[in-house]
Design a protein around this ligand. Structure first.
Ligand SMILES: [Zn+2]
Ligand SMILES: [Zn+2]
Length: 319
């Protein structure tokens, strides 16, 4: 299984501003020495030596993941604004001619998880087939309502691809291509569902949007069982620990709670995800470093194999 992140931002799309770009540029130039800019290889070496927040951006698109099975079947998780660019890429893979087929798993229908769908070009092309899966029994009704002409000029039926809906029950185990999928409800206003995807014994869990708090850890056992031994756990870490204390019931978690849970569940790789729209790239560097320090601090007997990464647009993982 392979996964590529097309949108990692929580709540609302967050484009990079002109003054942010200028500030980055000033800082980059202040670090450069004449020997860093002699030729292209020296420039590349210099850029590679910079912190991630200066050499890249974590990205501003909201939730969308491209998951590929070993047979290259496509499963998309959520249709945040990141799905627009995924759609553009798919046009060169048969979807422009109407020969595409994929499945979409919806975790829930908050704006940041559906807002890219009206701009997903493969949906407009006759012949493409999309299999839309959700736990909610209202997914078709909600997507149709999203495309009501008061909200968008093209109705759902006006998008010419074939769209088929599948409703599943929480906890049900169902096959999709070469995958076996289960789901679990997460604590989140309006409800949200996590998905666990397994292929040949390898497990990927997508666990956003979800609120876990340190004073809520008593009833965490069923989640620890569900996350147990996952190869990759993508988890809602929208807030810092301090900010989460002020945002009780907002439906999101912090990197420290995510680390606690991942360590307790024997997860191999934790991906920090659903970044707050107010967090700059520099702040996300800090969130990541603090998560690494917290992991070291909590691993007192040095037995945990947990690896932590932070999601950014374009990140690809092989599981
Ligand atoms: Zn969200
Ligand atoms: Zn949400």
């Amino acid at each position: 299984m392979k996964v590529k992140f097309w949108g990692v931002r929580g709540s609302i799309a967050t484009p990079v501003k002109g003054h942010t770009f200028r500030d980055k540029l000033k800082r980059i130039l202040s670090y450069a020495t004449p020997s860093d800019v002699i030729d292209e290889p020296s420039v590349d070496r210099f850029i590679d030596s910079l912190p991630f927040s200066l050499s890249h951006t974590y990205g501003g698109n909201t939730t969308c993941l491209e998951i590929r099975t070993k047979n290259n079947d496509l499963v998309i998780v959520d249709a945040g604004t990141g799905i627009r660019e995924l759609g553009v890429k798919l046009l060169s893979e048969g979807y422009l001619e109407g020969n595409g087929s994929a499945s979409i798993l919806f975790t829930h229908t908050h704006w940041d998880h559906i807002q890219g769908l009206p701009f997903f070009i493969p949906f407009f092309i006759e012949g493409n087939e999309f299999h839309i899966h959700a736990i909610s029994d209202e997914i078709e009704q909600r997507l149709r309502y999203q495309h009501n002409e008061r909200h968008f000029p093209v109705t759902f039926d006006g998008m010419d691809a074939t769209k088929k809906f599948y409703q599943h029950q929480e906890g049900e185990s169902w096959p999709l291509y070469n995958l076996q999928i289960t789901s679990k409800g997460m604590k989140h206003p309006g409800g949200s569902y996590s998905y666990r995807l397994e292929e040949d014994g390898k497990v990927l869990i997508f666990g956003s949007d979800a609120e876990f708090r340190s004073d809520d850890m008593d009833d965490v056992e069923s989640y620890l069982e569900y996350f147990q031994g996952a190869d990759v756990l993508i988890f809602d870490t929208q807030y810092t620990f301090e900010e989460q204390l002020q945002k009780i019931d907002w439906g999101h978690s912090s990197a420290s709670i995510a680390t606690d849970i991942a360590m307790r569940a024997g997860v191999k790789k934790l991906i920090l995800f659903h970044h707050d729209p107010s967090y700059s790239d520099e702040k996300l560097d800090e969130v990541f470093l603090r998560a690494l320090r917290y992991r070291e601090m909590m691993d007192v007997d040095n037995t945990s194999e947990l690896e932590i990464k932070i999601a950014y647009e374009g990140l690809e993982l092989e599981i």
